[in-house]
Design a binder for this molecule. Structure first.
Ligand SMILES: *Cc1c(COP(=O)(O)O)cnc(C)c1O
Length: 424
């Protein structure tokens, strides 16, 4: 036994997410993480260019965050949140409301991004149910991704994930994202859906569709759609699980628009990459539709670890850091650094197009490839060999690094990308 390494022991009992084990049997064992760096079991270093799926934005094992959580651990670890409350949850609610768009008033806790959107969908559907209106269809963007539970899958548009389950989905109508050239058409499409169908809500990833390979759209077109929805009491649900907490250059992507959503879904960077948690926030209007003498009008949804005190204290510490001058300066620095890299690379003959929103940078290669194809694997291996953890999606290479990444580490990522262009 002692001679087997972690990767070998892993294969006996573990089933990994988003993995076809027959094709990809070997997992890389990571033993340590600090700041923007991961170490594998052989001691090799990797710059975490995607902040471990957009979570560890203030750096891995950030001492401020681990310190706060360790402190909390000594006094209150876990308690039921139905009928009880506690300091970390109350403090977090006060801190989060301060940075959310002003119309957000109430917070509902859960455990992950999928449950956050699931709850957003339930809020939209039950909102109309409670008002005695029959509205049973949701609108979503094409190529959206909102998670892997049933409601979230239903509104997601990526068939690789959803294929086997499609016949069990809730009712969804899809519209393209307004990309600047089609804004009026998309607007009219939504208008006619609202006229003809019973639309309960509209769920969307604001400005950047993460799983669709960081596909970006403009605030203007989306802002008009939000106004149209609000004129017809269609509940708007911003899935900010990926975009939230500074990634687009402001606290939330919704800050870039004049019209605000009724509901906002948060997870990933919410807890600074330490422990899982999610929050679905909503307006007073949504909350009031559930507030009643009738018990059945309540939102009867709850997870065992709801508002876990440790997760709340991690989130609270994360928000403090996000608001600090140091992190805000880092965000500005990364935005400028990406812009300079873009100038240098965008005319390369292997680069078809580039795009940036805040600290999120993406480039499309001038080659055709499958989302999970062979060339994609070769690219991934190339980056890992160069000590850079990036996860190309199809022919898109993107960077979403922790805010505390150094200029030198950024240079390392850029160099690895430039070398990759010679490979394809
Ligand atoms: C990751 C993600 C989800 C799902 O979150 P999980 O925590 O993986 O369930 C939902 N929506 C968006 C936009 C995401 O990026």
């Amino acid at each position: 036994m002692a001679t087997k390494n972690l990767s070998e022991r892993d294969q006996k009992h573990l089933w990994h997410p988003l993995t076809q084990h027959k094709l990809h049997s070997k997992m890389l064992a990571i033993t340590k993480a600090k700041g923007a760096v991961l170490w594998d079991e052989n001691g090799k270093e990797y710059v975490d260019g995607i902040a471990s799926w957009y979570t560890s934005m203030y750096g891995h094992c950030n001492p401020y965050i681990t310190g706060k959580v360790t402190e909390q651990m000594q006094t209150l670890d876990q308690v039921v949140f139905s009928g009880f409350t506690h300091e970390p949850a109350v403090q977090l609610s006060e801190a989060l409301i301060e940075i959310l768009p002003k119309n957000q008033q109430k917070l509902f806790f859960s455990d992950n991004g999928s449950t956050a959107t699931e709850i957003g969908l339930k809020m939209a559907l039950q909102y109309h149910f409670n008002k005695g209106e029959k509205r049973n269809t949701l609108v979503a963007f094409e190529e959206g991704f909102h998670g892997d539970t049933f409601g979230a899958m239903s509104v997601s548009g990526l068939s690789v994930y959803n294929g086997p389950f499609e016949e069990f989905f809730i009712q969804v109508a899809r519209i393209p994202v307004p990309d600047g050239s089609n804004d009026q058409e998309v607007y009219e499409q939504l208008e006619s859906l609202i006229e003809k169908e019973n639309i309960a809500g509209f769920i969307y990833e604001p400005l950047v569709q993460g799983a669709a390979a960081m596909k970006m759209h403009h605030a203007k077109g989306l802002c008009r759609l939000l106004r149209l929805c609000s004129e017809h009491d269609v509940i708007t649900i911003a899935d900010e699980v990926m975009t939230g907490f500074g990634k687009t250059g402001s606290y939330f992507a919704s800050d870039h628009m004049l019209n605000k959503p009724d509901v906002i879904c948060m997870s990933k960077a919410l807890t600074a990459g330490l422990v899982p948690m999610a929050i679905t926030s909503c307006t007073q209007k949504v909350y009031d539709a559930f507030y009643s003498d009738d018990i059945a009008k309540g939102l009867f949804h709850g997870h065992t670890y709801t508002a876990n005190p440790l997760a709340c204290s991690a989130a609270l510490a994360g928000i403090e850091l996000l608001r600090s001058k140091e992190i805000q300066d880092n965000i500005t620095r990364i935005i400028r650094s990406h812009q300079a890299f873009d100038e240098q690379i965008k005319h390369h003959k292997k680069v078809a197009s580039t795009r940036q929103c805040g600290i999120i940078y993406a480039l499309d290669l001038n080659v055709k490839m499958d989302r999970y194809g062979n060339l994609r694997d070769r690219l991934f291996d190339h980056f890992m060999k160069h000590g850079v953890f990036l996860r190309p999606l199809g022919n898109t290479i993107y960077i979403l690094a922790p805010y505390i990444i150094t200029d030198q580490q950024l240079r390392h990522i850029y160099d690895a990308i430039e070398a990759a262009l010679e490979l394809v």
